[in-house]
Design a protein. Structure first.
Length: 113
């Protein structure tokens, strides 16, 4: 299995859907009218094209950006995990700002931006 991002996978699937719809349209043109009607070839091809275009529209949007360190620190202060001076509110003599930031970045790297 190749190491791929979700966006790369969506792009490959959109391309495969588009190619499949083209193939079905080409070979379906040789099918009898009864077969085409029974299996709604034109409708199914249109659905496949629409899904491929929907995936491409999603991919055209910029990737969301993760929060800045300042935003993470503001959240930590708001939740009272860190005092406004960067110290542990439960132990005034310990500076935990770096540990909180490292924890937040680790969580974001693992589960999203």
């Amino acid at each position: 299995m190749t190491d791929t991002t979700a966006r790369e996978l969506i792009q490959r699937l959109a391309n495969a859907l588009h190619d499949a719809a083209e193939d079905i349209g080409f070979w379906g043109s040789y099918a009898s009218g009864y077969f085409q009607e029974k299996h709604d070839l034109p409708g199914n091809i249109a659905k496949i094209h629409a899904q491929a275009e929907e995936a491409r529209a999603y991919l055209s949007q910029p990737e969301p950006e993760g929060p800045t360190d300042e935003e993470l620190l503001a959240i930590a202060i708001e939740s009272e995990l860190v005092a406004s001076n960067g110290t542990n509110p439960f132990r005034e003599d310990s500076d935990i700002e770096d540990e909180v930031m490292q924890f937040a970045r680790t969580v974001l790297a693992r589960w999203g931006k």
